[in-house]
Design a protein around this ligand. Structure first.
Ligand code: FAD
Length: 399
């Protein structure tokens, strides 16, 4: 019986264990997770769970019935790939195949570790700590106008808090979207009654206030930091497993790492995208759903000598912010043409990115049909007629 050990009981780890069983794996499957809670889904933490509209977001998976052994509250401390052994706080765990799915951890604002009233939002514990903060209807300062910052600001406004978002760049989502698109989203903050301060850097946090580097004092009953996340891989230092520029596990097109019999998937790993011709490090939910199916197929295929499955997805994510449903598919960095569908000042519009008349990425705001149609066209690599694309009244389809 082959023994598969999965480290990290988040979306990617759970889906790997489930996909192994769905695809007929009969060996043992052990899922090891540092958090003490029953494995849960993260997106609701900045939405329904944060607002107390949902108690929790535990995955609806019957681990026992699937023959998945859960070891929760256990942290992996290291790997010895030569010996096929994982080191944990509760002693060594031998494996035949190891899957790294330790996700990412939020980046703290330097110098604010342990400062009372400064919060992160990554775990269920974080969300539970933040619920009463929202209920107190404080003045809240959010540091970072990224996806998490925008979603937290949305929830905090809904809870009746005064919200100021401070962002070092000149616009929200500076790391994620081109300026011409992201600047159209800046107005959403004001629409929701939140203040967005761009070009604003935090100098220090004092009791009751955030002081910016231009000496402005912004009143703050609580501070929420959303300045990004980095792969949770410190524990792999010294293992010999290759880490990349962002300290992520470097996986190949089959999601194998540089060590034999060790795979990596989800927020902790990057992979070479054949479709986009560059290495991608994706921190979104759909990647933690799709990647595990490839990992499971390859673990099973290895034993039977079948050809390896290649992971080459069209990345997808969504965000719910300021009453809008934002969806994105693809990867736009190599686009040669940007086309708008609809008026970006209005409630519903999309942006299409093309390369040599093929759709390579799409952002849809309140236009889920564009997203669904566009995603298929991106996958198929269909040649498009750009003039037809720009008419929002017409469905997205090939010439
Ligand atoms: P994680 O979910 O981070 O899970 C990794 C698990 O591994 C964690 O439980 C961690 O405790 C555990 N672990 C780490 N180190 C160790 C160790 N050494 N030993 C044992 N266990 C360890 N994506 C979207 O597409 N749309 C959204 O709307 C959206 N909303 C989000 C809202 C929030 C608040 C957050 C935090 C994320 C959101 N995401 C969203 C991103 C999405 O949730 C992640 O991409 C997804 O959770 C990644 O899954 P993962 O399993 O790779 O990593």
């Amino acid at each position: 019986q082959r023994r598969v050990v999965v480290v990290g009981a988040g979306m990617a780890g759970v889906q790997t264990a489930v996909a192994l069983r769905e695809q007929g794996f009969t060996g043992t499957v052990t899922l090891i997770g540092a958090e003490p809670h029953q494995p849960y889904d993260r997106p609701p933490l900045s939405k329904a769970v944060l607002l107390g509209k949902a108690e929790g977001s535990a995955f609806d998976v019957d681990f026992e019935a699937l023959g998945i052994e859960l070891r929760l509250g256990r942290e992996a401390l290291g790997v010895r790939p030569g010996e096929h052994e994982l080191e944990t706080g509760a002693g060594p765990v031998p494996y035949d195949v190891l899957v790294l799915a330790t996700g990412a951890e939020p980046i703290m604002l330097p110098g604010t570790e342990g400062v009372p009233g400064v919060h992160l939002l990554r775990t269920l514990d974080d969300a539970e700590r933040l619920r009463p903060v929202l209920a107190r209807q404080h003045d809240i300062v959010v540091v970072g106008a990224g996806w998490i910052g925008a979603e937290f600001a949305t929830a905090a406004r809904e809870a009746g808090c005064t919200v100021t978002v401070v962002e070092a760049a000149d616009r929200p989502l500076a790391g994620a979207l081109p300026a011409e698109v992201a600047t159209r989203m800046a107005g959403w903050y004001a629409d929701a009654g939140a203040v967005l301060r761009t070009h604003a850097r935090v100098a220090r946090i004092e009791p009751g206030a955030v002081v910016l580097d231009d000496h402005t004092r912004v009143p703050a009953g609580a501070v929420v930091v959303g300045i990004g996340a980095r792969p949770a891989t410190a524990w792999l230092t010294g293992s010999g497993i290759e880490l990349g520029a962002h300290r992520e596990v470097v996986a190949d097109a089959h999601l194998r790492t540089s060590a034999p019999d060790v795979y990596a998937v989800g927020d902790c790993a990057s992979f070479p995208s054949g479709r986009y011709g560059e290495r991608l490090l994706v921190h979104h939910w759909d990647n933690a759903l799709q990647g595990p199916r490839t990992v499971a197929a390859n673990i099973i295929g290895e034993a039977t000598g079948e050809p390896s499955a290649v992971y080459d997805p069209v990345p997808y994510f969504w965000s719910e912010q300021f009453g809008r449903f934002v969806q994105y598919a693809g990867h736009h960095t190599s686009a040669d043409t940007t086309l708008w569908r609809g008026d970006p000042a209005g409630p519903a519009w999309s942006v299409c990115w093309l390369r040599e008349n093929r759709l390579i990425a799409l952002l849809a705001v309140g236009r889920p049909r564009d997203l669904a149609q566009g995603r298929r066209l991106i996958e198929a690599g269909t040649v498009m007629d750009p003039r037809l694309l720009a008419d929002p009244a017409k469905p997205l389809k090939a010439a």
